[in-house]
Ligand binder design. Sequence first.
Ligand code: SAH
Length: 269
Amino acid sequence: MRGKFYYLCRMSIVRPKKNLGQHFLRDLNIARKITESLLPLTSNVLEIGPGMGVLTGFLLQNKAFKVKAIDIDYESVEYLHGIFPEAVENIIQGDFLKTDTGMFFSEPFSVIGNLPYNISSQIFFRVLENRNSIPQVVCMIQKEVAERISSPAGKKAYGILSVFLQTFYRIEYLFTVNEQVFDPPPKVKSAVIRLIRNDREKLDCNEKLFFRIVKAGFQQRRKTLRNSLKSLLPMGFDSAQLSLRPEQLTVDDFINLCVIIENFNPDRS
Ligand code: SAH
């Protein structure tokens, strides 16, 4: 087990690059707590953005895990190869957003990471696309985004990403992390959340239509759905839900609305 001093000494080695969202976590207790938040659902674990390896070190200590990590930063990857020589083949340089997830594991895998905040939404969209291979995500993101993702219907924070992710994942807000434990400190607070794949296999309606309805609804969140969904509604279609605003609809309500829109037949009404 490497001592705290060892890790603290390493902190100045990779030059933090703002454009890559690099804020290195310095607090080992928090790092341990994050890695311990992974439930033992899979032995395969993919870390996104290992940076200077503060989570990677704890992950590699757990012999039950098969760990892979991807970072876009060449300097980080070179550094990680130096400190984890046993894992050179599993720590790769690349852009997670552009890498086919089949490249990492052929079996389902959990995702973990202190994510680059500037691309966290894009990372979640990739997770959604690959949801049947990703049963779990434990990640640190901007606190405000964590609140949005975990927000129930009816709250101000509830929005597009909440609905999309809650459609396929159960979301837990685990804990908040202050700015001072990072080097350099970010401007915002952070939070750790856990996403566990729920048992919804397929939607009862066309998925593309569902995504369009949710997006269009929240794009003008102060308007009623009757107004914001105008261009998506078939002629003659009406429903009591259309007098509501988007944040009043639960995931199931959105799915039901999508089903009735899709099955609407003007000749039968
Ligand atoms: N996990 C580390 C670093 C977090 S900073 C820690 O907790 O200290 C975010 C990391 O994500 C950086 O190392 C950055 O280089 C990496 N990163 C940024 N964009 C990325 C991308 N598109 N794909 C993979 N890694 C990325």
